[in-house]
Design a protein around this ligand. Structure first.
Ligand code: ADP
Ligand code: MG
Length: 392
């Protein structure tokens, strides 16, 4: 969308430009004018979708100018920014067709919410409609953190999706460390503590960035002086995240608390991660029972079997029968590749592209996105993993 901004306040103009640039797709400022008079003298060519007018020094006299602007840019939505109640002016503005009025100083959240309304009316689909995928460890050490963090990286790098991972561990969350060596500047509890400021730009800035398209929201570090994290916070975070990311991957860990429960309630799919051992299967069974009692649809819960080795005592079919859930995918046991990756904090796909586990993660990406990870020259997948024959 294109906007014309009318204000004397350079800082405000810069703020609007930067907030607008952070939107998806970006709001592009096509011109700025210092006053209504200036805007009428120097009309912008083409038709802006939006005219943003700082009316903080707008006396009643200017209402005529405002009417002329509204008439000239008849197809645009007009947004007024006002500092104090200027009732008579506002009434005339409304009559002239002004649709949005926001108070100054500009609150970013209110600005984005207004932009969302405008975009919807204009039929511009600005919002992504992200999917929330929850990985949950059936037993400590099953591999949920390794798989979720590396799967997030694979989704972003192979399928070109915008991905965010949320580490929901109440304590000792380590997801960011599996794929990055940066120290998180912010954590989940910091975001909850400033929930009123939350918008796409704020969320993005709170992530540890692994790549441009992939960031991790680190776990709350110290629950003892943590902010009171509420299930409503989780709800808000996921709502905003869905608008700005294609996939929101959750590393749920083993503890189910009020916060992670609300996250699971909002998940589009839940992937319990387990290994083919009796203790894992027992805990997996308990987990599936909990999900069932919560009324989660059975087809939303699909198992991922980690460190899978063919020919073991326990078969996948036994597992499916025991748990009453479908096995979606298996990830092979790959001690060297995984240990190197985890120890260095570098995604396995980056460190050991040709490894069996990297290939398995790429397959999972294809399954979840329901499409081939293709590029113009044949399958990227084939190029990456050197599979000459296109058997699929
Ligand atoms: N497919 C695999 N092959 C070999 N080792 C693995 C595999 N997946 C995970 N591991 C190892 O298991 C350990 C525990 O995994 P992690 O993801 O932290 O488990 P969880 O989050 O479920 O507690 C990791 O440090 C990693 O070294
Ligand atoms: Mg973990």
């Amino acid at each position: 969308m294109k906007a014309l901004v009318i204000t004397r306040d350079n800082e405000l103009a810069a703020d609007i430009a930067s907030q607008g640039a952070a939107r998806v797709p970006p709001l592009e400022v096509m011109g700025t004018r210092v006053s209504l008079r200036d805007a009428l003298d120097r009309l912008v060519p083409g038709a802006p979708h939006l005219v943003i007018i700082d009316a903080s020094d707008g006396e009643a006299a200017e209402a005529d100018l405002l009417e002329r602007i509204c008439k000239h840019y008849a197809s645009a939505t007009v947004m007024l920014l006002t500092r104090a109640a200027q009732e008579s002016f506002l009434i005339r503005a409304m009559r002239a067709g002004v649709r949005e009025v926001l108070p100054l100083p500009l609150a970013h959240r209110a600005f984005h919410e207004a932009m969302d309304r405008i975009a919807t009316t204009a039929g511009v689909n600005t919002m992504r409609d992200g999917k929330v995928l929850a990985f949950i460890s059936c037993k400590g050490g099953s591999g949920a953190t390794f798989i979720s963090t590396n799967f997030g990286y694979a989704l972003a790098s192979l399928a070109g999706r915008k991905v965010m991972l949320v580490d929901l561990h109440g304590q000792f969350g380590d997801a960011a460390l599996y794929v990055s060596d940066q120290k998180p500047a912010m954590t989940l509890s910091d975001v909850c503590g400033q929930i009123n400021r939350l918008d796409g730009a704020f969320l993005e800035s709170s992530l540890v960035h692994v790549t441009d398209g992939y960031g991790v929201l680190a776990a709350a570090d110290d629950p003892s002086h943590g902010v009171d994290m509420k299930p409503e916070h989780m709800e808000t975070i996921l709502r905003v995240a869905r608008q700005h990311y294609d996939y929101i991957v959750l590393d749920v860990g083993r503890q189910i608390d009020a916060l992670s429960l609300r996250a699971l309630d909002n998940a589009d799919a839940i992937y319990p991660v387990l290994q083919l051992s009796l203790p894992d299967i027992r805990d997996g069974r308990r987990l599936i029972d909990i999900f069932r009692s919560l009324g989660y649809p059975a087809e939303h819960t699909r198992l991922i079997v980690n460190r899978y080795e063919k020919g073991g005592r326990l078969r996948l079919t036994d597992l499916q029968t025991a748990l009453g859930a479908e096995v979606m995918h298996t990830v092979p046991n790959d001690y060297v590749a995984v240990t190197d990756s985890v120890n260095q904090g570098v995604p396995v796909l980056q460190l050991s592209r040709a490894s069996a586990v990297a290939r398995s993660l790429a397959e999972l990406v294809e399954m979840v996105t329901e499409r081939r990870v293709t590029e113009t020259k044949g399958r990227l997948f084939d190029r990456l993993f050197g599979r000459g024959d296109s058997e699929t």
